[in-house]
Design a protein around this ligand. Sequence first.
Ligand SMILES: NC(=O)c1ccc[n+]([C@@H]2O[C@H](COP(=O)([O-])OP(=O)(O)OC[C@H]3O[C@@H](n4cnc5c(N)ncnc54)[C@H](O)[C@@H]3O)[C@@H](O)[C@H]2O)c1
Ligand SMILES: Nc1ncnc2c1ncn2[C@@H]1O[C@H](COP(=O)(O)OP(=O)(O)OP(=O)(O)O)[C@@H](O)[C@H]1O
Length: 276
Amino acid sequence: MKPLRTVALVVNRQKSGAREIGDQLKQLGQDRGVEMRITEEHPLPNGYLQGCDAVCAIGGDGTFLGVVPQAVEYGVKVLGVNLGKLGFLVTFSPDGIAREFGRILDGDYEIEDRTLLEACDPEGERRICLNDVVVKQTASSRMMMLEVFANGDFVNEFACDGLIYSTPTGSTAYNLSAGGPIVHPDVQGITLTPICPHTLSNRSVIFSMGTEIEVRTDLEACSPQVTLDGHLRFTESIAFPLRIRVPSTTVTLIHGKDYSHFLTVRTKLHWRENTL
Ligand SMILES: NC(=O)c1ccc[n+]([C@@H]2O[C@H](COP(=O)([O-])OP(=O)(O)OC[C@H]3O[C@@H](n4cnc5c(N)ncnc54)[C@H](O)[C@@H]3O)[C@@H](O)[C@H]2O)c1
Ligand SMILES: Nc1ncnc2c1ncn2[C@@H]1O[C@H](COP(=O)(O)OP(=O)(O)OP(=O)(O)O)[C@@H](O)[C@H]1O
């Protein structure tokens, strides 16, 4: 792979040991003549990743997800060092990264493109995310009614607490907690999973990647919130219909040579710890 010549380190200062790892990686890079940037600012300052070959998030999955929109905007590859609790996306360990970092900078790494989701409000404002778009009831404890259309075809009116639109990457996050399937990252579809549906036969539906999904609701009857990767990326007074689709851009992840998707799944989800 191409050596990395300009690298940004995004440090989550709430994580103990993150600053030290950031300083260590910055020094390792500079010793090899790599242009290194480092920031603890959150959210990431506009334009921070412009001109970078890669960004390394040092924190948990939330820290990783936070750098994705700019990484996509500037075509920057993403890797992460796990100082979080679960660390599904941050695949490098804090103990091993100092040993591996030099090799990564020299181009000894694997890449994987992951599909994204794009949500578009009626004003044409677009936001992207790596895990999920979640439409959820907030202020009231009443159920909400959400009408879903796929390429103009009526799918269903869901009576539920909310809907999760998930990428394959996000399938192991909120989608899984809500009873949705684990989807391999190579499957380029959109998984729709209702949160606590009133009709028990309302299970996950998987749409092909070319589908444009529209979701409508009556704002007089409910007060929904729309989050992307767990954050309010639209203004709070979100309007409907909301359109959701897979954009043509992807995000490129950097993995170590020994990365295995199912090893991550098995380990992080505590599947059988020993083989027969
Ligand atoms: N009940 C739930 O499970 C629930 C509720 C809200 C949000 N979430 C998820 O949290 C994500 C945001 O993550 P965060 O770390 O900023 O919030 P957070 O700190 O609230 O973390 C939620 C959990 O989801 C894990 N997670 C995040 N992305 C994952 C992925 N792709 N695969 C497996 N696990 C993953 C995190 O490690 C963490 O344990 C959202 O995209 C949403 O999927 C989950
Ligand atoms: N660069 C950053 N600096 C400070 N805070 C951040 C940064 N990036 C994200 N955060 C905030 O810190 C919160 C917690 O971080 P993160 O999700 O990375 O850790 P975690 O929840 O412990 O890890 P994991 O999600 O792997 O269990 C995030 O939800 C986010 O709001």
